[in-house]
Design a binder for this molecule. Sequence first.
Ligand code: ZN
Length: 387
Amino acid sequence: MALVDPVAIARDLIRCPSVTPAEGGALAYIEDLLKRAGFAVHRVTFSEPGTADVENLYARIGTASPHLMFAGHTDVVPLGDESAWTHPPFGAEIVDGVLYGRGAADMKGAVACKLAAVLDHLAARGGKTNGSISFLISGDEEDVAVNGTVKLLKWAAARGETFDHCILGEPTNPNALGDMIKIGRRGSLNGTLVVTGTQGHVAYPALADNPVRGIVALMSALMAEPLDQGSAHFDPSNLEFTSVDVGNKTVNIIPAEARARFNIRYNDRHTRDGIKALIEQRATDAAAGRVRWRIAWDPSNADVFLTKPGPFVELVAGAIAEVTGRKAELSTSGGTSDARFIKDYGPVIEFGLANRTMHKVDERVPTADLVALTAIYRRILERYFTP
Ligand SMILES: [Zn+2]
């Protein structure tokens, strides 16, 4: 029997113009493919005031355990400067063995590989498997991510859906396929440091209190010491100032207030509340009762998490080694992803294509990588469902 062709599926998906949050025909295409393979497919639309309605898809075959879930998204980031593309972003052209198009790497390519691997796995077993396989596909990953995976997981859980392991297909490899599995992500937190002074004439500083002096002192203190030394699976936590603002257009006024925005990426040595308390303690110490300050914390839904290495991670790493000959690094680097939501329902790891061209002009993937990633997912399925 001929193998299912992941390149053909990837090209079909790229030709769907699903710039976030548009569905663009991508979910309809997947629905059709999975229905024909015997999946129960649900298309679910979520809404939230102030955001666009977004379509999502959940599909499952089988009722028994174990249950392996494949997660991903079909929305893509905007094209940027379309005239800068060498090949049309929705054209899915193949030139010299490389497939071009928006979403080729992030992550229609990997979604295509998962579909091809699962269809092939089922075909080889007479349309059935020893447990359950599901697809959790979001249409809202690349923008605000409020009407996508977070709600789809809740929706599935309310229907009694549970899974044993999940593979999210984000592009995880820095250079070559097989470089890196993500087994966790750092937490992310934004805040604004506000220092209040007293406005006054620049020629009469004794009658004013310049907040610039205070914010400089607090900022240097917050940047001076590392937040920790890292942990077994994580780099050291880091605080980075991203903007410093006084907003003063005059030359003769001492301003009343100064603000500095910052982002913290924190590891598993901290909880969200713990890292906030640590920063506030350091600010209190630096202020020494002389600087009037406060920190306004932004709401965050990006907590740190780690899927501890164990049999499942070894199974995935083994499949990668078998196909690529590479020993994948187990990493927690990079930004956040939908794994931050999935981890609340079960263990999740991320493995997909190479990430060098994601979100860029001329996003692309070698077709050989699509074939190899399909072979990796196929081996994972074989090992996972072999008693
Ligand atoms: Zn992505």
